[in-house]
Design a protein around this ligand. Structure first.
Ligand code: NAD
Length: 380
């Protein structure tokens, strides 16, 4: 067995096998090559880019109810395949490429297909995984249109498999605490929510995130979905309207995708919200003002540790755990025990309805778009 060390990985990086500039906090997995424990569900990662490499695969070394059983990668990426097989003890029979992926139907070792590809490929591979009888985790944004979200949901229902969106924050203890504040009215009724999610992109101008055909959008579909999510769990309700504005300061770099977007929400109880998302400015914060105080998370959306404060003078603090491990275990538990699905397909679809309304408002010079979401995708 090849023993991969940090230098091997650095060589991979220098060969451009891993996207630059978009890599999150660095972590190395412990090498484990244990036989499949009876109760753990086998996950196949579909797409071995930076998120799979640096977050999901290492997190799967710490999960209790699922484990890394297989990989699906580009046909030409044989070198990468070998490294993954050696490092994680993945048998050849659990290695697929994009072409023969559908034959995964015959492999009982794989229970879940986790789609970690460019956004425009989410629907195709999620539907193929469902048709192969596998449960599906689809990365965020769920797809590049509401119609595609519907197609994924329909395919999973038809196949009788479970579906979840890669919303790691939904499994984070800080999110649960925010939901508790709202449910218990710890600070009274929410009146104003403000949420920022952005970073400065200076990477390769040819990366898929800047290619509209592959990404389906810019900052809004990448980071903006976090602002949409926090605005919703920060108030406990779906917005009833949205108005939005787009700003472009580096059009030579952001040729095809949105750079910076602001949007304002109205919520059913009279609360209002403001969100900011950008690929050209940093932002990572949630603040909720209620009629009897406030609470705030900053950072609010990163891999952690998250940090928070409240008007009562206390610090919100939980021991740091891998959000990705919690997220994948939550979904495995949902499949195994029927516990709640904390990030169902309806939640991903709801967010895409809001994304489409934001783009429509921008096209109509900021005109208010009414939203009729009811309780869609709300999970307490
Ligand atoms: P990446 O560029 O690092 O990896 C993309 C993968 O897709 C690579 O394995 C690449 O080979 C493959 N691929 C197949 N066809 C491709 C094509 N035509 N162009 C480019 N790549 C192609 O991207 P990533 O950062 O791993 O993101 C993948 C998905 O995961 C995205 O949907 C992204 O939004 C999501 N993501 C989620 C989080 C999170 O916190 N939940 C974090 C990062 C990424």
């Amino acid at each position: 067995m090849m023993n991969l060390n940090r230098r091997d990985f650095n060589q991979l990086l220098s060969k451009g096998l891993v996207a630059s500039g978009l890599i999150g906090p660095f972590s190395f997995a412990k090498t484990k090559n244990t036989p499949r424990p009876e109760k753990k569900l086998g996950i196949a990662l579909v797409g071995l880019g930076s998120y799979s490499t640096y977050q999901l695969a290492p997190a799967l070394m710490d999960t209790e109810d699922c484990y890394l059983a297989g990989i699906v990668t580009g046909t030409k990426e044989k070198e990468k395949e070998k490294i993954w097989k050696d490092r994680y003890g993945i048998p050849e029979r659990n290695v697929y490429n994009y072409q023969n992926f559908d034959t995964i139907a015959d492999n009982d070792a794989i229970d879940i297909g986790y789609v970690v590809l460019p956004n425009s490929m989410h629907a195709d591979f999620s539907i193929r995984a469902a048709k192969a009888g596998k449960h599906v985790i689809c990365e965020k944004p769920m797809a590049v249109s509401v119609a595609e979200c519907d197609a994924i949901i329909t395919a999973c229902e038809a196949a009788g498999v479970k579906l979840s969106v890669g919303y790691r924050m939904q499994s984070d203890p800080y999110t649960k605490e925010v939901k508790k504040y709202i449910k218990e009215r710890t600070f009274g009724d929410p009146l104003f929510v403000s949420s920022d999610a952005g970073y400065i992109s200076r990477g390769n101008p040819d990366q898929w995130r800047l290619n509209h055909e592959l990404s389906g959008g810019g900052a809004l579909v990448n980071m903006g979905v976090y602002s949409i999510q926090t605005s919703i769990y920060g108030t406990g309700s779906n917005p009833i309207s949205v108005s939005a504005q787009e700003f472009s300061t580096r059009p030579e770099y952001f040729k095809a995708t949105d750079e910076t977007i602001t949007a304002q929400f109205e919520f059913p109880n009279g609360a209002v919200g403001h969100m900011f998302t950008s690929h050209n400015a940093n932002g990572n914060r949630l603040k909720v003002h209620c009629n009897d105080g406030w609470f705030e998370l900053e950072p609010a959306h990163s891999y952690g540790p998250i940090s928070g404060r409240t008007s009562k003078g206390n610090v919100i603090s939980f021991p740091h755990q891998s959000q990705q491990a919690l997220q994948m275990d939550d979904f495995a538990k949902h499949i195994l025990t029927g516990s709640p699905n904390v990030a169902p397909g309806a939640m991903g679809k709801r967010d895409m309805i809001i994304v489409e309304a934001i783009y429509k408002s921008i096209r109509e010079d900021g005109a208010k778009q009414n939203l009729d979401l009811g309780d869609m995708g709300l999970v307490s």
